[in-house]
Unconditional design. Sequence first.
Length: 276
Amino acid sequence: MGSSPPLAQIVDVSKDYPTDHETIRALDRVSLDIAEGEFVSIVGPSGCGKSTLMLIAAGLVPPSSGVVRIAGAEVTAPYTKAGIAFQDPTLYEWRRVLANVLLPVEIQGLALTPFRRRARELLAMVGLEGFERKYPFELSGGMRQRVALCRALVHDPPLLLLDEPFGALDALSREQLNLELQTIWGENRKTVLLITHSIQEAVFLSDRVVVMSPRPGRVGAVVPIDLPRPRTFAMLEAPEFGRHAREIRDVFEAWGVLKSGDKLATRTTPGRGSTT
């Protein structure tokens, strides 16, 4: 994928937040290219600016300096062509499942009829066929997050921005959604930027893992993941998987974020441990 032209470019992005007594730098000169069809994850300690970087990439927060370009165009306003999902699925409780999924289509003023079929296909793909007329309060947490993922995909976005979308789920739901996200990515080959606290989740899903430093967040390392696809949970026991996870943990240990004796659930499936 390295030969592909970058779909998204983050160039020397910094973000400062003024307070009463000082200016806090959340991000410091972050640069990252993401090729079309590439799955990139960002891991880092809490407070390192991961979510801030995602908001800047989506055009929801302006950088203090630097620039974000998507498909060659500078992002200076909310980038409505992206599909976005956060840890909180933020569904509208008064809208049924199908109507929640179709929300980006309505916001962009597109004709609803052609997208209804796609919305139903996406819901079926994540095991929610037959739930189209349910309300969010009738769904479990994992089901709600599946709806949010379908909503992010319904308008066929070139770029998916996912900020800890499975972070609040129980381990089994998170594992299942990791598999479903991998399947969706494999079938559609969207460009994906995923924020996660889980080293295993990042290694399991990604082509590359970006390791960010403690605040102010900088790109400390970029770890290519050369595991074959599709990936299975059996791979978690493979030496190659452990080698990638170890390389990421070594970076955190060098910064003092982790100590070698810390228990990181190195042999568990994604979602059962975190880096912080």
